[in-house]
Design a protein around this ligand. Structure first.
Ligand code: DAT
Length: 178
């Protein structure tokens, strides 16, 4: 039984997952699990895709690495542009961050994304691909969509998630850890 929740922060690259996860980890003491970092450090990939300038993720290896890190025991803020690979039983809340496409365009251009990757990510944001993936993979009650266009929105998102964590822990304590 978890005494701290596991939260996925997901969304298209550039929406603000890492920024949110870092601030949340600092404020709550939960562990920021950057899946991109795990893929790189633990070599959970099948090589480098030069067109997309990214690793081709080996999902089985990735799950093994997360299992070894005991992520399912709780207390993790999992930061990744995908959520369907995690077992439902590991996850207590799925936060899907959203941005306007013009904001996303500016953020991804400043990262010097290859044109093909930039356009695919903008399309994916407009088509709500990650939101749909979250809704298809988890109970609707644990999926929350939040906008991340400005620092004010980020502040209010972090406050809201922090309050959710407090409530989750109170409920668990009241249930006697059930
Ligand atoms: P992700 O981890 O989803 O790829 P990020 O956290 O690295 O995104 O953020 C991408 C850039 O956008 C980075 O320069 C910080 C900025 N940013 C993220 N969220 C923001 C927000 N809510 N308001 C203003 N800038 C934000």
């Amino acid at each position: 039984m978890r005494t701290d929740p596991n939260i996925i922060v997901t969304g298209t690259p550039g929406v603000g997952k890492t920024t949110h996860a870092e601030v949340l980890a600092e404020r709550t003491g939960l562990r920021h699990v950057s899946v991109n970092q795990v893929v790189k450090d633990r070599e959970c990939h099948e090589g480098w895709d030069d067109e997309y300038k990214s690793w081709v993720v080996d999902e089985d290896k990735l799950l093994d690495a997360l299992e070894e890190d005991n992520v399912k025991a709780g207390g993790c803020i999992i930061d990744w542009h995908g959520c369907e690979i995690f077992p439902e039983s590991w996850i207590d809340l799925v936060v899907v961050l959203r941005v306007d496409s013009s904001t996303l365009y500016d953020r991804l251009s400043s990262r010097k994304y290859p044109e093909v990757k930039l356009q695919e990510n903008i399309d994916s944001e407009i088509m709500e691909v990650l939101l749909q993936e979250a809704r298809d993979s988890y109970d609707e009650h644990i999926v929350v969509e939040l906008t991340s266009n400005s620092t004010d929105e980020m502040e209010s998102n972090v406050d809201r998630i922090e309050a959710w964590i407090r409530q989750w822990k109170q409920d668990r304590a009241a249930d006697g850890g059930q």
